[in-house]
Ligand binder design. Structure first.
Ligand code: KIV
Ligand code: ZN
Length: 521
């Protein structure tokens, strides 16, 4: 079997998903999980885009071992310098530089001639290669570029020292037949191509990102760029879980394999969902809630007789929690830790103590605790930011004949107890206003969603929110293209059998992220 290099760009292209902003600590935790998943390359960010991005890539480069750490750069000296600064301390490092090659981009965006693009490619790839041995070059919008010009640019990049040539379908326009033919054409017509690895980078605008990536593999591409949950600009990039499981399940067909530890796929997907606040649709391939569910009677009957009648993959292979150990009120800490381990959550020390205390609390309220209950509770514990303010208590009074009123108490940064109260249009509004009176950090709630993780009236409720805040000093915060203001979005996540408490926890988690980022800046 040939090996296909898995290049994960969740932290770069994935972060370009509207609303998917992640913060340095979150990126570091995700990078650590990507290393556990076994990806070969982590594209950790676009260092020239902001000081915050440079810092995240640098911290990942210094702390994560295993995968190659890569930074993106336009074919511009300043960008390449920033990318090198960010990745230079990594155990294995790569600079990824790109320039557009389609006539549309040349005329309207770059305002450059083809000659100028060839010259810039030569100069900037050589410059990058003078800094780093591992250089990836991408002709942006390759699938809408003139193939003859593409072969020329790629040949120049190889001559200048590029070791990987990445072919992007930037706007998700190609069909699998066209994209496969493009890769074949490049393989057959680019001088020096045998000295480089061909890579594919497909967007999902027409829902064909995975199919296009695999068509590229059939024609000789040996690196696939992808993201967890298919996150990415607009409708996203090829989903890592789909590409990997297609190669795994249809290994004989493709004759290729990857280094991915498939049982880490589901925990990684959950982690990314929790940190970005972007849930995957229930019928999403591999990681959706229904991916391994069977509803129709005929299917259930078939599954009971032989799983292979309706299942081409085993849920355990991708790390979907399997119920071998049922937990209840009398379960001990050891059984609890074991169960979490089976579910892909490796907790110890204080984190385990806190999760266990919450499990006991839940077990007192709920007779049977399902895997989704446990997952909601544990992910609420694990994926929380460093606390500046801690929620101690929340108390509400509401109903159709009373004014919704909330009293909250928070533990402040120096350990002091802070109590305040407010009324609002509903209980959640009252709680958020009471918290605002204490914390006093202006922000706008832009999204609020609540869902029960299981059926039944005693289900655990999961609340996901997003808040948007403006930075007074503006340093390094991106401009929101819709409002023209320097704002950042923070997601928060909370779980409890009481949805008002879950809402308060979600708000505190988003606020704590906002406050710590602002304090750092
Ligand atoms: O989609 C694209 O063209 C990109 C390049 C920067 C590789 O993300
Ligand atoms: Zn892209």
């Amino acid at each position: 079997m040939d090996r296909v290099v898995i290049f994960d760009t969740t932290l770069r292209d994935g972060e370009q998903s509207p609303g998917a902003t992640m913060h340095t600590d979150e990126k570091l935790t995700i990078a650590r999980q990507l290393a556990r998943l076994g990806v070969d390359v982590i594209e950790a960010g676009f260092p020239a885009s902001s000081p915050g991005d440079l810092e995240s890539v640098q911290r990942i480069a210094r702390q994560i071992s295993g995968p190659t750490i890569c930074g993106l750069a336009r074919c511009v000296k300043g960008d390449i310098d920033a990318a090198w600064e960010a990745v230079r301390d990594a155990e294995k490092k790569r600079i990824h530089t790109f320039i557009a090659t389609s006539d549309i981009h040349l005329q309207h965006k770059l305002r450059m001639t083809r000659e100028q693009v060839l010259q810039r490619t030569r100069e900037m790839v050589s410059y990058a290669r003078s800094l780093c041995d591992d250089i990836e070059f991408s002709p942006e919008d390759a699938s809408r570029s003139d193939p003859e010009f593409l072969y020329q640019v790629l040949a120049v990049a190889i001559e200048a020292g590029a070791t990987t040539l990445n072919i992007p379908d930037t706007v998700g326009y190609a069909t699998p037949q066209e994209f496969g033919a493009l890769i074949r054409g490049i393989r057959e017509n680019t001088p020096g191509i045998e000295r480089a690895v061909i890579s594919v980078h497909c967007h999902n605008d027409l829902g064909m990102a995975t199919a296009n990536s695999l068509a590229g593999v059939v024609e000789g591409a040996r690196q696939v760029e992808c993201t967890i949950n298919g996150l990415g600009e607009r409708s996203g990039n090829a989903a890592l879980e789909e590409v990997v499981m297609a190669l795994y399940t249809r290994g004989q067909h493709y004759g290729c394999a990857t280094n991915i530890q498939t049982s880490e796929i589901y925990p990684t997907s959950r982690m990314v969902t929790n940190y970005t606040g972007l849930s995957v649709q229930v019928n999403k391939a591999i990681v959706g809630a229904n991916a391994f569910a069977h509803e129709a009677g005929i299917h259930q009957d078939g599954i009971l007789k032989n799983r292979q009648t309706y299942e081409i993959m085993d849920a355990a292979t991708v790390g979907v929690p399997q119920s071998t150990l049922v937990l209840g009120k009398h379960s001990g800490r050891h059984a609890f830790a074991d169960k979490l381990d089976q579910m892909g959550y490796h907790l110890d020390g204080e984190q385990l103590d806190r999760a266990f205390a919450r499990f006991k609390e839940l077990a007192d309220k709920k007779k049977s605790i399902s895997d989704p209950d446990l997952e909601a509770l544990v992910s609420d514990e694990v994926f929380q930011p460093q606390e500046v303010f801690h929620l101690e208590q929340v108390q509400v009074s509401c109903g159709d004949c009373s004014i919704p009123t909330a009293t909250v108490s928070l533990r402040g940064p120096t350990g002091e107890l802070l109590i305040d109260a407010s009324h609002g249009t509903g209980p959640v509004d009252a709680v958020y206003k009471a918290i605002n009176r204490i914390v006093a950090v202006p922000n706008e709630l832009i999204e609020f969603s609540v869902k029960g993780v299981t059926e039944g009236i005693d289900a655990v409720g999961e609340v996901t929110i997003r808040i948007e805040a403006e930075n007074g000093t503006a340093d390094g915060w991106p401009v929101n293209p819709q409002t023209g203001r320097r704002t950042m979005v923070f997601s928060g996540h909370g779980a409890s059998t009481d949805i008002i408490v879950a809402s308060a926890r979600a708000y505190m988690s988003a606020l704590n992220k906002l406050i710590s980022i602002r304090t750092k800046r």
